[in-house]
Design a binder for this molecule. Structure first.
Ligand code: PEP
Ligand code: MG
Length: 921
C-alpha cells in the first residue's frame, strides 16, 4: 500500500466514519458531500435502527487527497481504518482474516450524486486460503464459499489488478473475459447448462485455474492476504473515480471532477446462501408512472450483481405489481411473507423519513433481512409530477417541496413525444449533433424543403436533412417531423425556429455529409438515400438509423394544477418569443404573461408570406428613396395586419415588437424565376436584380447593415413600422380591446441611435393620434441590449429607453467573438476539453457575459429606477439562466412558447431557493 509521507499539518482530518448500531454510527443523511450518497444514507438507516450490516465510510475528502498525493493514501488513514475494522468486527462478532470465524467485507463507491454503475465494487474481500475452511465450517456450505471466492478473484483481478493499474488489454483479452472463458470451458466439458450446475469441487478447481491464469496474464499473484485485498479494493474504488466511464458520465451530468468518491467498507451478507436467501431492488413508488405502490424485483439464492446484470429474470416483489411478463413468477410476498412484511414496513418508514420516493437494495441471508442501500429514486417526468401531486395530498410534503421536486428538464419530457429509451438502447447511432429542438421524431429523409412539403402532403412522415437551413426552407421545416442539419449552432436559424414550434431538431451534426444533388447523406462509410428512415432524439442530439418507437406525450391532467402551484411561488415574469397569432395563442396556453420578442421579419417567412416578401424584396432592391417609399406603402397593410393580429391574440398583455432586424441579403431571391418576376415589377432587368443583390452582399452580415442601422439609413422603413404599430394598437383600443405594444429597437450600441429613432416615433405617434382622433395610445419605447458597448454605456441608453431586453444570442456572439451560426465546428471540442463549461448559446456564461448583464442592469437602473428589464435570447428558457436572471433582478425572461412552462418552474425554484439564502438586493 502506497502511503503519502506528507503530513497534513494541524488537526488531522477525520477520514473514516463508522456505521452499524445506532450508538456507534457517526454519519448522517446530511453529510452527502463528505460521505457520498450511499455512505450518508447507510448511516441514516442505522440511526433509524434499521438492519444494516456494520462497516465504515472513507470520505470523499480522502479520495481528493489521495489524488492530490499522486495516488498515495494519506499517512493518517491506516490506523483509523484498522480501528474502524476492529469496531466492525466487534459489532459483527467475527474477525477479518480469522481462520475460524472470518469477516468478509465489500468495498463500494459512493459519490455525492449517484453515478449508477459508473464506478467499481469489490465483493467478498477477506476470502483466502486461511479463511476459506473457517467459512465452510461456519456456513456448512462449501459450494457457496468457493462460488464467493470465484467471484472475488474475478472482480478483484479485473477491478484492482487490471483497471486500477491502468492495464489496457486488447479487445477481448481482458482478464475478466479470459476467466469467464475458463468457466465456460469447464461447463462445456462437464455438459453443464447453468452456473448453478457447478459443484463445490468444480468451483474449487476453477479458483485454482483462475489464479494461474492471473499469474500468466497479469504477471502477479492474486493476493492471499485479506488486509492486502482490502487496501487494494479501497485504492481501486478511489481510482475508479477517474475511470473512463465515470469521467464520461460526469461530463454528461455536469458533475465536477473535484468531488471524488467515498468508499464504503461494509460487512458482507449473502443472498446466495441457499433457498432461504435472496436479494433485490425496490422502489417505494413506481418510478416510471409514479403509482403509489411498492414496486420492485428480487432473486432467490443470488447476489446483488445478478439482479443488476440481468442474467436471470427477476421475480416481482408483490402480487399487486405483477405484469404480463412476470405473472408466472413467485413474488417475495408469497415466498417469504414474514420478510416481505418487514421490508414493506421499512420502505414506508424510509419514505416518511425522507419525504421522497426511495430506491432501496436489500439482501436476505438465511431468512434475515438486511438493508444495503437507500436513496432518493430517479424517476421519469410523468412519475415526478404524479408523485409530487400525490405527496401534497398525502401531506407528506409542502407545495414548495413539490415545486422543487420536478427538474425543469422533466417538464420537457411531458410536453414532447420522446424516443422510447428501451428502443434507443439497442439502436444504431448514426450521428451526434447539438440538441436544438427537444423530443423525438422519426421519418423518411428528404433533402429539400419542397420534397418535405410534398411528401408530408401525401401523408408521409419526413425528416428534413440539410447542410444548413435558410428562410426559404421554412415551409419544409414546418412540414417535417424533425430537422437534421450538418452545420449550425443552438441559435442557428433551424434551432430557433424548431424550438419555437416545439419541433424535434438536431443541428451541427458535423460528421454528416449531405449531397442534396444525389440525395444522399453519408456518415463515415454509411450511406443513406432519400426515403430511408432515421430517428432523431432532439433532447440528446442523437440521430439513429431506422424507425424507433416513440412514447406519446399524453398531457397529464395534473400538469395544469401543478403549474398553478408553481406560479404561486414565482416572482420573475415569463413571456414568450412569438411571431404569429398562432404562436401567441400557444404561448398564452403555456402560461406566457406577454410576448418578450416579436420578430417582425418573420412575417416574410412561411405560409401567406409570398406577397409581403415580394414587396420587401422590392424595398431592398429599390434604387431610390421614392421607389422605396412607394413599396413601403404597399407593405404597410401587411405589417399592420400582422401586428394587429398578434396584439389581439395577446389582448391585455404586453407585446414587445422589435423593429426589423434581418441581414438583408437573406431576402434577396436566389431562384432565377423569382429574380425575373422582381425585375419585371421593378422595371429593371434580371441582371440588374442580380447585381443589386450582389451589392448588398456583406462579408460579415451578422455585424453588417442590420437592426437599427437599417432604420438610421432608411428612416422611412422605421416610420412605416411605427405607423403600423400605433395604428394597429389604436384600432384595437377603439374596438374596446386592451393592448400594450412595446417598441423595441434592435442591435443598438449608442444612445444617439435611440434618440434618432425616438424622434421618428414621437412624430408618427402624434400623427397617429391626430388621424385616429385619440388622446393617447399606451406604449413603451425601449431597446435590445445585445452589443457589449450597449452594456458599457447602459446609463446613457437608459436615458432614452424605458426598457431593456437582453439579446443574449448576439451578446454572447459578440462577447465571445463566436459566430453563432458556425460554432458547430469547434464547440464540441471546446466542451470536450472543458475549455468552457457549457455552450454559451444555450446557457448564459455567468462568468463573462453575466458581468456585462449585471453592469447594464446596475447602470441602467442608476438613471431610471423603474427601468423594465427582460431577456429574449434563447437562454431565456434555460433553467440556470433563468435563475441568474432572477438573481440579477430582471423583471422577466422570454423564451420560445414550448419552454414557457420550464421557465416558469425554474423561476419558481429560483425564488424558493433564494428564500433560504440572504435576501437579494
Ligand atoms: C438575440 O440576439 O439574443 C436576439 C434575441 O435576437 P436575434 O436572435 O433575432 O438576433
Ligand atoms: Mg439579436
Amino acid at each position: 500500500m502506497a502511503i503519502s509521507k506528507k503530513s497534513s499539518g494541524g488537526k488531522a482530518k477525520k477520514y473514516v466514519y463508522l456505521f452499524g448500531t445506532k450508538k456507534c454510527t457517526e454519519g448522517a443523511a446530511d453529510m452527502k458531500n463528505l460521505l457520498g450518497g450511499k455512505g450518508a444514507n447507510l448511516a441514516e438507516m442505522c440511526r433509524l435502527g434499521l438492519p444494516v450490516p456494520a462497516g465504515f465510510t472513507i470520505t470523499t475528502e480522502c479520495c481528493v487527497d489521495y489524488f492530490k498525493n499522486k495516488m498515495k493514501f494519506p499517512a493518517s488513514l491506516k490506523p483509523v481504518v484498522e480501528k474502524a475494522l476492529a469496531a466492525t468486527e466487534r459489532q459483527m462478532g467475527s474477525k477479518f482474516g480469522d481462520a475460524q470465524n472470518p469477516l468478509l467485507v465489500s468495498c463500494r463507491s459512493g459519490a455525492r450524486k449517484s453515478m449508477p454503475g459508473m464506478m467499481e465494487t469489490v465483493l467478498n474481500v477477506g476470502l483466502c486460503t486461511r479463511t476459506i475452511p473457517g467459512l465452510i465450517a461456519k456456513t456448512k456450505n462449501e459450494r457457496f464459499v468457493y462460488d464467493s471466492y470465484r467471484r472475488l478473484i474475478t472482480m478483484y483481478s479485473d477491478v484492482v489488478m487490471e483497471k486500477a493499474e491502468g492495464v489496457e488489454p486488447e479487445e477481448g483479452k481482458g482478464i475478466r473475459v479470459q476467466l469467464d472463458g475458463l468457466l465456460q470451458k469447464m461447463k462445456k466439458a462437464k455438459g453443464y447448462q447453468k452456473d448453478t450446475d457447478l459443484t463445490a469441487g468444480d468451483l474449487k478447481k476453477i479458483c485454482n485455474d483462475y489464479k494461474k491464469c492471473i499469474r500468466v496474464v497479469l504477471g502477479k499473484n492474486f493476493p492471499d492476504e485479506p488486509i492486502a485485498q482490502l487496501w487494494g479494493g479501497i485504492g481501486a474504488v478511489f481510482k475508479s473515480w477517474n475511470g473512463r466511464r465515470a469521467i464520461a458520465y460526469r461530463n454528461i451530468e455536469g458533475i465536477p471532477d473535484g468531488w471524488g468518491t467515498a468508499v464504503n467498507v461494509q460487512t458482507m451478507v449473502f443472498g446466495n446462501m441457499g433457498d432461504n436467501s435472496a436479494t433485490g431492488v425496490a422502489f417505494s413508488r413506481n418510478p416510471a408512472t409514479g403509482e403509489h405502490k411498492f414496486y420492485g424485483e428480487w432473486l432467490i439464492n443470488a447476489q446483488g450483481e445478478d439482479v443488476v446484470a440481468g442474467i436471470r429474470t427477476p421475480s416481482p416483489l408483490n402480487e399487486a405489481t405483477k405484469s404480463e411478463h412476470n405473472a408466472a413468477l413467485v413474488s417475495l410476498e408469497k415466498a417469504m411473507p414474514r420478510v416481505y412484511v418487514e421490508l414493506d414496513s421499512i420502505q414506508k418508514k424510509l419514505e416518511k423519513h425522507y419525504r421522497d420516493m426511495q430506491d432501496i437494495e436489500f439482501t436476505i441471508q438465511d431468512g434475515k433481512l438486511y438493508m444495503l442501500q437507500c436513496r432518493v429514486g430517479k424517476r421519469t417526468g410523468t412519475a415526478a409530477l404524479n408523485m409530487a401531486m400525490d405527496m401534497i395530498s398525502e401531506k407528506l410534503i409542502s407545495e414548495k417541496n413539490a415545486v422543487m421536486r420536478l427538474a425543469p428538464a422533466q417538464l420537457d419530457e411531458l410536453l414532447h413525444p420522446i424516443v422510447d429509451s428501451s428502443a434507443e438502447k439497442h439502436a444504431k447511432l448514426l450521428a451526434k449533433g447539438l440538441p436544438a429542438g427537444p423530443g423525438g421524431a422519426f421519418g423518411q429523409i428528404v433533402f429539400t424543403a419542397a420534397a418535405a412539403v410534398a411528401w408530408a402532403k401525401s401523408g408521409k412522415k419526413v425528416i428534413l436533412l440539410r447542410e444548413e437551413t435558410n428562410p426559404e426552407d421554412i415551409e419544409g421545416m414546418r412540414a417535417a417531423e424533425g430537422i437534421l442539419t450538418a452545420r449550425g449552432g443552438m441559435t442557428s436559424h433551424a434551432a430557433l425556429v424548431a424550438r419555437g414550434w416545439g419541433k424535434c431538431c438536431i443541428v451541427g451534426a458535423s460528421s454528416v455529409r449531405v449531397d442534396a444533388v444525389r440525395k444522399t447523406m453519408t456518415v463515415g462509410n454509411k450511406e443513406l438515400s432519400e426515403g430511408d428512415f432515421v430517428t432523431l432524439n432532439g433532447t440528446k442530439g442523437y440521430a439513429y438509423e431506422g424507425k424507433l418507437a416513440m412514447i406519446s406525450a399524453t398531457e397529464n391532467p395534473r400538469f395544469k394544477k401543478f403549474m398553478a402551484i408553481v406560479d404561486k411561488y414565482r416572482i420573475l415574469g415569463v413571456r414568450a418569443n412569438a411571431d404569429t397569432p398562432a404562436d401567441a395563442k400557444n404561448a398564452r396556453e403555456f402560461g406566457a404573461e406577454g410576448i418578450g420578442l416579436f420578430r417582425t421579419e418573420h412575417m416574410f417567412y412561411g405560409k401567406g408570406s409570398d406577397r409581403p416578401l415580394f414587396i420587401l424584396r422590392k424595398i431592398i432592391l429599390s434604387g431610390t428613396t421614392e421607389e422605396r417609399r412607394k413599396a413601403l406603402k404597399k407593405l404597410f397593410p401587411f405589417v399592420k395586419a400582422s401586428i394587429k393580429a398578434t396584439l389581439k391574440a395577446m389582448e391585455g398583455l404586453p407585446v414587445t415588437i422589435r423593429l426589423l432586424d434581418p441581414p438583408l441579403h437573406e431576402f434577396v431571391p436566389q431562384d432565377p424565376a423569382k429574380q425575373k418576376e422582381l425585375a419585371r415589377s421593378l422595371g429593371i432587368s434580371a441582371e440588374d436584380v442580380r447585381r443589386r443583390g450582389e451589392q448588398l452582399h456583406e462579408s460579415n452580415p451578422m455585424m453588417g447593415h442590420r437592426g437599427v442601422r437599417l432604420g438610421i439609413t432608411y428612416p422611412e422603413i422605421t416610420e412605416m413600422q411605427l405607423r403600423a404599430i400605433f395604428e394597429a394598437a389604436a384600432e384595437l383600443i377603439k374596438a374596446g380591446k386592451k393592448c400594450k405594444p412595446e417598441i423595441m429597437v434592435p442591435v443598438t450600441c449608442d444612445a444617439h441611435e435611440l434618440s434618432d429613432q425616438k424622434a421618428i416615433a414621437r412624430r408618427v405617434y402624434d400623427e397617429t393620434l391626430c388621424k385616429m382622433k385619440m388622446r393617447s395610445i399606451p406604449h413603451m419605447y425601449g431597446t435590445m441590449i445585445e452589443i457589449p458597448r450597449a452594456c458599457l454605456t447602459a446609463d446613457k441608453m437608459a436615458e432614452e429607453a424605458e426598457f431593456f431586453s437582453f439579446g443574449t444570442n448576439d451578446l454572447s456572439q459578440m462577447g465571445f467573438g463566436f459566430s453563432r451560426d458556425d460554432i458547430g465546428g469547434f464547440m464540441p471540442e471546446y466542451l470536450n476539453k472543458k475549455i468552457i463549461a457549457a455552450d454559451p448559446f444555450q446557457t448564459i456564461d455567468q462568468e463573462g457575459i453575466g458581468q456585462l448583464i449585471e453592469m447594464a442592469v446596475a447602470k441602467g437602473r442608476s438613471v431610471r429606477k423603474d427601468l423594465k428589464i427582460g431577456i429574449c435570447g434563447e437562454q431565456g428558457g434555460d433553467p440556470a439562466s433563468v435563475e441568474f436572471c432572477f438573481k440579477t433582478g430582471l423583471n422577466y425572461v422570454s423564451c420560445s412558447p414550448f419552454r414557457v412552462p420550464i421557465a416558469r418552474l425554474a423561476a419558481a425554484q429560483a425564488a424558493i431557493s433564494a428564500e433560504k439564502k440572504p435576501k437579494r438586493k
